[in-house]
Design a protein. Structure first.
Length: 502
């Protein structure tokens, strides 16, 4: 009976989303979207209550439903100011829905199905961005479909083959249909098969040397799609690996796998961070910072699979949430910048606080996460990752020191990237080009503010994930970030008072 209720809730959310696309009145359209994503949250809670999904899916499902709602409402205004065809709205909603479905999928088969649908829609969105934009690559969609999508499908088919060939007849494909919460069904695979199994998920994480498809694809897509691709979908690579490890026994190869993710994580942090610092194109800067952040998350993943514990697991999950919170905010703001100035190049953009004050609030909160200001999700993840490395020093000082080196490198580079981006909010040399929109509507700025606020809200919610004294202390530090936000924002406003928006 409960299965029927779960399916009905999901179908209702889907139908409401579809009906919103046929609604003309903007306020009603947004209200329908709110109901739709709220129903998805209720469905996620219901599935967890009846043990169809675990706590990881619950946290990611609720968090990404909130993010998706803000991206969806942002898309409505983005279509207007960038003159995109209206097909972008349904494409974005169904893309976001497929991503949420993948994170809350109770079994590997449903996960693979919804993920594949998301890959197809993602290709369509990148292609749409190519056709509409006057900047960016014209081959991004091909790189996305041939590299990201096809390698993922290879890993899925490898998993299906493993379930048939390497398991007993009484398990087989039935294992892939069972909920993740039923336990761990171990499949023993040859060391030569495991690379094929991991390949597609590793490509999706865009780590070195399989990163080349990401910068052009994510920068060419419409900004709402860039936000979802980079902030939500890339992390599916790590989520998929976590689920694969529930099926496949990799314990004989755990040390080589750990060093693989450690090395590619270090290289990705170094390459992505240095490339991001050199970019003038806002979306390219954010795309390369995705590679750097994915390298950081690879270090967290390596730490977890080597020393599995609730602390290392939730540090990994918080790393995924950190990336989603700051990256969706800044990609959305980059779309607003492109609409205002007619270009994605931000090296000449200054006094953006005077042009878009509400967007600036959201952007600053995302920058705080990048820099690691206390009270943000970024600060928590970076501090926890350092503590975790110190905790394992006595057990494996080589792994501990190597991970610590990579984490320290990421902290430094991400702070530099954040400060480089933050230059758009302050005064400086005048623009060489005039702004096309002097005062953007609050309707497009508010979703950016909402997305930015999640960088602090996720930190406030930390005791819900880990109800410990340390969590409550770190959660209360949000007051510091709010005070810093108020002080810096008011200083920016004072510095730009009397300066014409440009």
């Amino acid at each position: 009976m409960i299965e029927i209720a779960i399916i009905i809730f999901y179908i209702l959310a889907l139908l409401l989303l579809a009906s919103s696309h046929r609604t003309v009145e903007p306020s009603l359209k947004k209200l329908i979207k709110v109901f739709s994503y709220t129903i998805l949250v209720a469905d996620t809670i219901l599935m967890h209550q009846y043990k169809y999904i675990d706590y990881i899916s619950l946290v990611l499902g609720i968090s990404f439903s909130a993010i998706s709602l803000f991206i969806s409402t942002y898309t409505l205004e983005y279509i207007k100011i960038q003159h995109y065809p209206h097909v972008l709205e349904p494409l974005m909603d169904f893309f976001l829905l497929s991503i949420i479905t993948t994170y809350i999928a109770p079994s590997l088969v449903i996960l693979a199905t919804s993920w594949t649908i998301g890959e197809i829609i993602g290709y369509m969105l990148v292609k749409l961005g190519e056709e509409h934009s006057i900047e960016g690559s014209l081959t991004s969609s091909r790189g996305f479909i041939f590299t990201s999508t096809l390698t993922y499908e290879l890993s899925v088919f490898t998993m299906i083959a493993l379930s048939i060939v390497f398991t007993s007849a009484n398990v087989g494909l039935r294992t892939l249909l069972e909920p993740f919460t039923t336990g761990e069904a171990r499949i023993t695979a040859s060391p030569y098969i495991i690379p094929l199994l991991f390949l597609g998920f590793i490509v999706k994480t865009a780590n070195i040397p399989l990163h080349f498809w990401l910068p052009s694809a994510h920068s060419s897509a419409p900004s709402p799609a860039s936000a979802a691709l980079s902030g939500l979908m890339v992390s599916l690579g790590y989520y998929g690996l976590l689920r694969i490890l529930q099926y496949v026994d990799v314990s004989p190869l755990i040390y080589p796998i750990t060093w693989f993710f450690t090395v590619v994580g270090l290289l990705s942090i170094l390459y992505g961070g240095l490339q991001a610092i050199q970019q003038r194109d806002a979306k390219k800067l954010l795309a390369y910072s995705t590679i750097a952040t994915d390298g950081f998350i690879s270090l967290l993943f390596a730490h977890y699979i080597t020393f599995p514990s609730p602390t290392t697991l939730w540090t990994l999950i918080l790393g995924i949430l950190m990336h989603a919170a700051y990256k969706t905010t800044l990609f959305s703001e980059a779309g607003l910048i492109e609409a205002i100035y007619g270009t994605r190049y931000i090296h000449g953009v200054r006094v953006f606080t005077a042009t878009a004050p509400l967007s600036t609030l959201g952007g600053l909160m995302a920058v705080f996460t990048l820099v690691g200001v206390p009270g943000t999700i970024g600060f928590i993840v970076k501090i926890f990752s350092i503590f975790n490395c110190i905790a394992i020093y006595s057990e494996d000082h080589v792994v501990s020191l190597t991970l610590l080196l990579g984490i320290t490198l990421y902290i430094a580079l991400s702070a530099i990237v954040g400060l480089k981006y933050a230059q758009i909010y302050i005064g400086g040399k005048p623009l060489k080009i005039p702004s096309l929109i002097e005062s953007p509507d609050n309707a497009i700025q508010l979703p950016i503010t909402a997305l930015g606020s999640l960088n602090i809200v996720f930190n406030l919610a930390l005791p819900v994930l880990q109800p410990t004294e340390v969590s409550y202390v770190f959660s209360s530090s949000s007051l510091i970030s709010l005070l810093a936000l108020f002080t810096i924002y008011m200083n920016f406003k004072a510095a730009t008072r009397g300066v014409a928006p440009r």
